[in-house]
Design a binder for this molecule. Structure first.
Ligand code: ATP
Ligand code: FE2
Length: 329
């Protein structure tokens, strides 16, 4: 079966097409919104997606014959309402035009399942780290279980807000990573873990105070070393508690080389395996939506056009994960 997936939850408008079985990526078109100033403005991002949708669709159609598509999937939530509605409208239209079933998928589950299909991880502890989320999860039976999470802001938000205040632009991740690689001087920052939860707001306040007093390279380095050590420590705790020996990372912050390096070291030390995949699939994209469309279609999900209203606050604990056998080959 062939599934087209539309991503439009926040900054990226993406159209991905996958085929299964076996899993194969046929097309991956992305248009990324970059705010002129500040963070993401929902209505501006939605306007960007609307303006780019036709062009992105044309590019996808030039690669894949849309008559071969069997399923139309879109990111139904969580995300920014105005942005979600652009993707939903295009998906409804495609579903009607192609006369193919519509499937609305969860953005967080899509990040996790693209990681699983690319790594073939059967029973991993999952660290989901992005602009809006910081969670340590595990799949237990037919449920996603959140073992730990941030008590305040997401790690991607810590990075983006710090970067904005330091004049590094948006998104902050790639620039912070680049500047961090030019330093090895650790400035002491709050290291806050409670059980398997983390907290980053104290670190952000301290970083904001230090802008202009310490070099920006040292601050980027210290942010990464401190925040990522916290994330790796809680992930390791989860692995020890469950007796699990596979680890994967999902979400945009996973594109960070230093975070993935620390993950590899932690796993080697405890005889476990960190399963990595190409960095471009950590960030938001349409391919992950298309794959989650296949997963949910196989689980029996179908959405009528009338019921396809978006869900800006859809929680992953209300979503069904696929059975592990989907990844066993
Ligand atoms: P979600 O709904 O999953 O929270 P999102 O809108 O945050 O999605 P993603 O593409 O999953 O989108 O993640 C974006 C985040 O990833 C941003 O905070 C960005 O700064 C961060 N990021 C991107 N590249 C890097 C990098 N190299 N190092 C650290 N962070 C990065
Ligand atoms: Fe995301």
């Amino acid at each position: 079966m062939t599934c087209v997936g539309i991503e439009s939850t926040a900054h990226t408008f993406g159209i991905g097409i996958v085929k299964y079985p076996p899993f194969q990526i046929l097309c991956d078109v992305r248009r990324v919104y970059r705010p002129v100033s500040g963070g993401i403005h929902p209505s501006e991002a939605a306007k960007h997606h609307m303006e780019k949708a036709v062009d992105a669709l044309r590019e996808a159609a030039s690669r894949v014959d849309f008559r071969k598509i069997d399923i139309v999937a879109f990111a139904r939530g969580p995300g920014l309402g105005p942005c979600l509605r652009v993707g939903a409208a295009l998906a409804r239209m495609l579903s009607l035009k192609l006369e193919k079933p519509l499937v609305g998928v969860n953005h967080a589950a899509s990040h996790i399942n693209i990681a699983r299909v690319l790594t073939k991880a059967i029973n991993p502890v999952i660290l989901y780290v992005s602009g809006g989320n910081t969670q340590v999860l595990h799949v237990s039976g037919d449920k996603y279980v959140i073992l730990g999470e941030t008590e305040d802001i997401a790690v991607g938000n810590l990075i983006d807000v710090f970067a904005r205040k330091a004049g590094l632009g948006f998104p902050g991740g790639p620039r912070v990573m680049e500047l961090a690689s030019k330093s090895n001087r650790l400035v002491k920052l709050p290291y806050s873990i409670k059980g398997m939860n983390v907290s980053f707001s104290g670190m952000l306040t301290m970083l904001e105070r230090l802008i202009g007093r310490e070099s920006v390279e040292d601050l980027c380095f210290s942010l990464q070393e401190t925040a990522f050590s916290m994330l790796i420590e809680v992930s390791e705790r989860a692995m020890a508690m469950l007796g699990v020996n596979e680890f994967i990372i999902a979400g945009g912050v996973g594109a960070n080389m230093r975070l993935r390096q620390m993950a590899g070291e932690m796993c080697r030390e405890r005889n476990a395996v960190f399963k990595d995949y190409p960095p471009e699939y950590y960030a938001d994209n349409g391919v992950m939506i298309a794959w989650e469309g296949v997963v949910q279609y196989l689980l029996g999900e179908r959405l009528s056009i009338e019921d396809s209203i978006v869900k800006p606050r859809w929680r992953i604990t209300d979503v069904k994960p696929p059975p592990a056998r989907l990844y066993e080959n």
